[in-house]
Design a protein around this ligand. Structure first.
Ligand code: ADP
Ligand code: MG
Length: 323
């Protein structure tokens, strides 16, 4: 079991940012309205994720750290209609196998909760503790027992860049959740959590970009699109500034990127690197998210139809500005 967890960790836990992604997704799945993230030394020394979600029942705390202990799939059919972000029940045991993790959680406002600590897969504490409603995960000394993996880590600055990407994507995906992100004591991001995507864009890319944003809004029998885009000359955006969200999930998708860039190329040929947040929703059967454990790659069952929908929608939004 321990070996299986270390092997799984190799897939799920590539670097600090992959740990952060899993833990933020769990907080989102738990219905949090506030998620506070702090990191030290690019996340290698410490990652802390605190949420005000449902919390974990004391009796379920140890179970949550066991392999394939997901509370998120009730029937086999659910595998095809996945509404939550996590669904494999691999993240917590994988992280616990290669780090020192402390989980403090409470499901109510009694002020009492449970604290579990696991180091390199070994349980070192399991006790009652004072805790507010919600969950706090603290991950220290990532890869302390897998030096080969540790060797592959880049500079603190590179790891921090990946951590920021993870926080930005989730903040853009969920403007209704208030995020903070602190690194080595410096507050790097604060979003209001009031549902306004433009304010999240402003918090991430600078306030000047928020004024220049163009709303995206389009409907199709199979798809609906909302979001914002911005003329790149009016932003600090670069090529990394396109965020694609499908049913609330961040994905990498050429099938969405290319038609966006094509629309810019046609109407604003000088702007090659637009800033954009595209939020697509579609019936879950039209998108296969189960392609890779990291869940970044997806397959669309009607890709060509989707491509023309996106291109048309962006062209219409840009139309008024393209002079
Ligand atoms: P998965 O997310 O795929 O179900 P994880 O290993 O990430 O698997 O988490 C295992 C279980 O632990 C989850 O199904 C959930 O029940 C519980 N859990 C983890 N993090 C949280 C959290 N922040 N709030 C509430 N429950 C959590
Ligand atoms: Mg999870």
């Amino acid at each position: 079991e321990h070996l299986a967890n270390q092997i799984a960790a190799g897939e799920v836990v590539e670097r600090p940012a992959s740990v952060l992604k899993e833990l933020i997704e769990n907080a989102v799945d738990a219905g949090a309205s506030r998620i506070d993230v702090s990191a030290e030394e690019g996340g290698l020394a410490l990652l802390r994720i605190a949420d005000d979600g449902t919390g974990i029942e004391a009796d379920d705390m140890l179970v949550a750290f066991q392999r394939h202990a997901t509370s998120k799939i009730a029937t086999g059919k659910d595998l095809f209609q996945i509404a939550t972000l996590g669904f494999r029940g691999e993240a917590l045991p994988s992280i616990a196998a290669v780090a020192k993790i402390k989980c403090v959680s409470s499901t109510d406002n009694s002020g009492l909760g449970r604290c579990v600590e696991i180091e390199g897969g070994a349980l070192v504490a399991n006790k009652e503790i004072n805790a507010p409603k919600g969950t706090e995960m603290v991950v220290r000394d990532l890869f302390f027992n897998t030096p080969a993996r540790l060797k592959y880590m880049k500079t603190i600055q590179t790891e921090l860049g990946h951590l920021s990407d993870v926080v930005y994507r989730q903040a853009l995906a969920r403007p209704d959740i208030a995020f903070t992100f602190t690194h080595n004591g410096n507050l790097l991001l604060r979003t209001p959590g009031n549902g306004d995507l433009r304010q999240v864009v402003a918090a991430i890319y600078g306030t000047s970009s928020a004024k220049a944003t163009i709303a995206l809004q389009a409907e199709h029998p199979d798809y609906s699109l909302t979001g914002v885009t911005a003329l790149p000359s009016e932003t600090r955006a670069n090529r990394g500034a396109v965020t694609v969200l499908v049913n609330g999930r961040y994905v990498r998708s050429q099938a969405v990127m290319q038609p966006l860039l094509q629309a810019y190329h046609t109407l604003l040929p000088l702007h090659r690197y637009p800033l954009a947040v595209l939020r697509l929703t579609m019936h879950p059967t039209l998108v296969d998210v189960n392609v890779h454990p990291a869940k970044l790659e997806v397959r669309f069952s009607k890709e060509n139809e989707l491509r023309s929908f996106v291109e048309q929608a962006v062209k219409e939004a840009l139309g008024g500005r393209a002079h």
